[in-house]
Design a protein around this ligand. Sequence first.
Ligand code: KIV
Ligand code: ZN
Length: 527
Amino acid sequence: MTDRDPNRVIIFDTTLRDGEQSPGCSMTPDEKLRVARALADLGVDVIEAGFPAASRGDWESVNAIARQVRGPIVCGLARCNRDDIEKAWTAVRDAARPRIHVFLATSAIHREHKLNMAKEEIIRTAAEGVGLARSLCKDVEFSPEDASRTELDFLTEVVQAAVDAGATTINVPDTVGYTTPQEFHETFAHLRRHVRGANRVTFSVHCHDDLGMAVANSLSAVLGGARQIECTINGIGERAGNCSLEEVVMAMRTREPVFGVRTGIHTERLYPTCRLVSSITGMPIPRNKAVIGENAFAHESGIHQHGMLRHASTYEIMRPRDVGLSRTNLVLGKHSGRHAFRERVKELGFELEEAELNRVFERFKSLADRKKELFDGDIEALVLNLDTESGGPWFLEVLDAVSRTGASSSALVRLRHADGGSLERRCTGDGPVDAAFKAIEELTGTPVVLRKFEVRSVSRGEDAQGEALVTVEYNGRLHRGSSVTTDIVESGVRAFLEVINRIELGRQSGRAGSEGRSEARVAQAAV
Ligand code: KIV
Ligand code: ZN
């Protein structure tokens, strides 16, 4: 180990790189910045901000985070070649504490089928890549990709070469989620025993969840001596995802005597951060998700409720407030004042600037005119959707939708364009939402393929707000939009219009929708 506290585990968050790489999770540069700020508030030690060589946009996002987010180390990923490493360096060098993360696959399967490289070449390339990165940056992480399926002796040789070349962190990835807790424990113990200079570097673990063991494997690596865990908010990531930050952190905290380690995470910020990432990526948090799911602290059976009434510890191993679930379901309404509203927003874990608070409060008042009672879920939705309100160029003026059983439904839509002038169209369809979407496509001249349409309630009661999430395909790219109102047809239509606006803005700037929540599939396929 280095001279830092031997019982302190570094939390390396890769939501913006490995998480963002997963299908349907891409984020705009602004959204990435928002998430990075939330991660800094959460207390993560390292933010892997992206893969700068993947595209110009990725480089810019990483650079913006390096310049604007203070606190955590800001890291950029690079393959083991000069161009990637130099791009990663120029993207992160403005950070107060920059890091370059270099990776190269080492398993026989990858050597033969992906890289077509012999073992000696892998060792040489890894050493050269780390050496180059070290000549630019004093903090360099090396990852032997697919380490868990690499021959242990060869893995040890590669790690030795990386340590000799100056790597300061050695990350051991279970790239395909294949290892088991016992096996990974032995891998870490072996590397720490056999690599010369192992006590000078930090060992790190990076697990995927293909067999549902990412958290268990990461914890086992900690018992084997790893002192950095790579993880993502809500466990988002390639395929089945990565090790979930909130789960692994709360496991170490709740079972402190077992693991004997601590992190710098402000756990009461977990829930707001998870909710933010869920709202931005459009990936809902499953109700039964460990630690932050809606049911994680719900007790249904009579026996459990009885026990809970006697003493919460009968059926709860963590306190809801420890993970930021301070939800009281205290009802606010149209007579609630600014002060009460501000306090509630704060208790829910959101830090808003004065101007933002004013905007949310205005929306709160207008919602309170339509809805009798406002619950925590409503307030969260108002805050989280603050930035998704469509900025045009198309604005919804009129929506008149009719649903009919046994006959086609219809919708009249009137849109106003920012350049002036309104257009109106009535269409029929398979339901009022379908009819309204058709009308919008025709009015805006933007034909898209609807890939996903989801609606969920964000709070309780007959007048609960409905959050609509829409994903469409246009010119081979996926684009997402979301909206929350008390009318689910209107929510769907506003979410759809948000997507159309993003596409139109992208067309105007000649980037065919590269702005907005769109997936640049080619760039993502590069890793
Ligand atoms: O899963 C993996 O191997 C990775 C590396 C790039 C660290 O994400
Ligand atoms: Zn990964």
